[in-house]
Design a protein around this ligand. Sequence first.
Ligand SMILES: [Zn+2]
Ligand SMILES: [Zn+2]
Ligand SMILES: [Zn+2]
Ligand SMILES: [Zn+2]
Ligand SMILES: [Zn+2]
Ligand SMILES: [Zn+2]
Ligand SMILES: [Zn+2]
Length: 253
Amino acid sequence: MSFLFGEHVITHDGEYFCRLCQHQYPSYDAICSHCQAASHHSWCQACELVFPDETELWEHLEDPRYHNLCLHCDGKVDFSDEEQLDAHRAEAHFWCPGCDLTCASKRSLNTHLIYEHAACEYCFECFEDMELCRDHMRTHVPDEYRCPGCGDKDEVFSTTIQHLESSSDCGGYQQVMRLVKATPSFRDFYIHSGSGFDFYCKSCLRRWSTLSELALHLEGANDCGWLLDPDEAFSSLRQLLGRRRRQDLPTQQ
Ligand SMILES: [Zn+2]
Ligand SMILES: [Zn+2]
Ligand SMILES: [Zn+2]
Ligand SMILES: [Zn+2]
Ligand SMILES: [Zn+2]
Ligand SMILES: [Zn+2]
Ligand SMILES: [Zn+2]
């Protein structure tokens, strides 16, 4: 005696018995079509298994050991593994794996990630806490800069500084000095020497009378360009003037 199609069909000496229906079948073909077609019980074609009812069938279908069905797609697609199913749920259903939560849109998932999982507002990577998230967010270099005076934007940092220095309407040199002093690490590129050449490159030690000249030097000179790296002295000033264009900027409800 052995089992066929799970634990509900017994086969013995070429005879087949459905324990659910208490009925005997004379051949393999007969029991097979009984199991597939019967309205008495449920059938999983992929695994060739009989289940007493729909509830047990669905328990089986939702078991990742056997199937990787997306229930949000009414179980129409069976993914080859859990990883592919998860990728589908994240992409098609804006799914948060941490909460097993499905969101209505990419935007609401992103908002959820930011407020519930300390996610980065730019790349939506999640962190243990806000502290770590803030540290990470500093590594995103701004992709445009804005004059705090008139709001003019430019993609080049030194151009924005140049604009500030030359426009008295936007604060001129005074404004540049205010910004430099608002930057905790300003001593890394500013030292009052009395000679008028107060800005210096700590990599090659050359000096300039204006911040924009130093910024231009860093943008142009590959050997000193590392001073513009996210962790370096210039970064806080760049963050201060910087703006990142955010495609999916969440709005707090
Ligand atoms: Zn049966
Ligand atoms: Zn199955
Ligand atoms: Zn789906
Ligand atoms: Zn979540
Ligand atoms: Zn990020
Ligand atoms: Zn301006
Ligand atoms: Zn240099």
